[in-house]
Structures are given as C-alpha cells and as structure tokens.
Design a protein. Structure first.
Length: 301
C-alpha cells in the first residue's frame, strides 16, 4: 500500500513522501547479510564457550573476538538497512506523484496570470484547444488546465530524477514555462518548481509583441553535461553515452530565448531514452506557431 502524497504545498507529509519516492530502496540482500553476521556471532560465542570448557583459552579468546566483530557488523548493518528502508518506503505511487505535479502546474498557471495581470478571458489560445480526447493519447498528458494558459515543463538543472514503475522519469526540480497568448502580445511566465514543497523560485515574466517573436520551435542538441542526478535501479538502467536533449524554445528579435528540456536520449543508441512525463509539447508548439502566423501574417519556423 502506498503512502498518499500530501497535496498542501509545503506540508511535512508531502516533503517526506516526495523524498521517499526519490530514495533508492535498499537491497534485501543487505538485510540477509546482516542477519547472517548476527547468527554467525551467536555460533562463535557458543564455540568460544565450548573451548573454555576444555581449557583452550587462547583459541577461545580469538573466537570470542571474532564473535564480537561479527556482532558489531551484523547490528550495524541491520540498523543501516532499517534506516535506509524507512527513508525510502513506503513510496507514493506514480499516479499520486503525477496528480500532485498536475496541481502544482495548475497553481503555476494561476500565478502566471496574476503576475501578468491577465484573466482567462484575455487569452486567445487555451490549453484545452491543444489537448486531444483522452482516447487519442498514447500516455496521459499532464499540465491540462482546461480553459487556461499553455504550460510547458521539464527537468531543471541539478534535479534528482528517478524512473517509476511505469518507466516514466520524474524529477525533484522542474523548469516551468507558462505561455499566455492574448489579442495583442505574448505573455510568458517562468519559474523553477521545487517538487518536494510545491514552492516556486526564480520567477520571471516577459511580454512580447507578436512581431518581436522570431521563432517558436523544438530543437535537438548535444549536451556534454546533463546537470541531472539520475537514480537507477538494477532493472532500469539507461546508459547515456552521447546525451542529446530536445528543447522547446521561444526566440525573440533581441536574441533572447527561453528554453525548457522536453526530451533526453542517447544519440549513439536511438532506443536509449529517458521517457519523460507527457506534456503535449508537439501540439503546443504547433498551436502557438499557427497563432503567430495568423497574427503576423507570415510563416513562423
């Protein structure tokens, strides 16, 4: 049975649940090894006692010392195993993690509109307009706020990542971009979401006239350093030899750009990729491009 993720941002329950999700569960062999060491210590004590009865004192002392070492190793190993187990279990389910993240993204979208001074009625393109029916999706899409801003998200630098039972990777930190297209300009809100607390930091807002937007696109590039700590289990290992990231970006005429990682794979092995949470990025990109073409009256890359 999994532990529920506390939905209240900043709650101790939530912090503990998210922390357990990203901790590696200790191998049961560690527990077995410690138990065997304790059993061997008991046997050694019995042997030492038997040697004392037949007055083989030197050997009895040596066996007793061995028993002491085994006992210390066994009790220390068992205590360490139990400590690591308590820090990693019980884990919240993948679905609970996704539900909590979805609530955080919804809150970020609401925060974006407040920071940009907008309401839903000011938006000319909404998240529900780029979200196909559920039966048409291969995987459930997160960041579906219905009639609201468009949300793009991906792992942030220095995040810790872990693959769930569904083989989808989740992270402790997310870069979040909220796109608010209005009748006359493009509003953008960016932040870093701390998934353990639901708090947002490094908040920034931008407002661009449509004529200043040069490109809305996704691009793939090689990354020498991914900047992520990936937690692997023995059964789920995706070695990345030549790391390629797919990034969603918005570029303006000043040369400034906003970018978020939406895909990670190994260029030397196309089947080796980190399956990230579904954000509907291709549909978002296509929808914003269509809107820009309509507003500018010219093709947009």
């Amino acid at each position: 049975m999994t532990a529920p993720v506390g939905r209240k941002p900043g709650s101790d329950e939530r912090k503990k649940a998210v922390k357990r999700y990203f901790q590696i569960t200790p191998d049961e062999h560690d527990q077995s090894r410690a138990r065997h060491q304790q059993q061997a210590a008991v046997v050694s004590i019995v042997v030492a006692g038997s040697l004392l009865l037949v007055e083989i004192h030197v050997l009895a002392i040596l066996v007793a010392m061995l028993a002491l070492v085994l006992a210390l190793q066994g009790f220390t190993g068992m205590a360490d195993y139990r400590r690591r187990l308590a820090a990693a279990e019980p884990k919240p389910s993948d679905q609970e993690m996704d539900h909590t993240l979805d609530e955080d993204l919804h809150a970020a979208a609401e925060r974006a509109m407040r920071r940009l001074g907008l309401t839903r009625n000011d938006l000319e393109l909404h998240s529900d307009e780029v979200d196909p029916p559920a039966e048409a999706r291969r995987r459930p899409r997160l960041a579906d706020q219905g009639r609201g801003p468009l949300v793009v998200f991906g792992p942030a630098n220095r995040a810790r990542g872990r693959s769930g039972l569904d083989r989808v990777w989740r992270f402790t930190l997310y870069d979040v971009m909220v796109i608010c297209p209005t009748g006359h300009h493009l509003g953008i809100y960016e932040c870093v979401l701390d998934f353990a607390t639901g708090s947002r930091k490094d908040e920034e807002t931008y407002e661009f006239h449509y004529s200043d937007v040069v490109a809305v696109s996704t691009r793939t590039r090689e990354r020498a350093e991914l900047g992520l700590e990936l937690v692997y289990s023995s059964s789920i290992a995706v070695p990345l030899h030549r790391t390629m990231t797919r990034e969603f970006e918005i570029v303006v005429s000043s040369g400034d750009r906003s970018a978020i990682v939406v895909g990670i794979r190994d260029d030397d092995g196309l089947d080796q990729q980190l399956v990230l949470q579904e954000s509907g990025i291709d549909r978002v990109t296509a929808a914003v491009r269509r809107m820009l073409r309509a507003k500018k009256g010219a093709p947009t890359r």
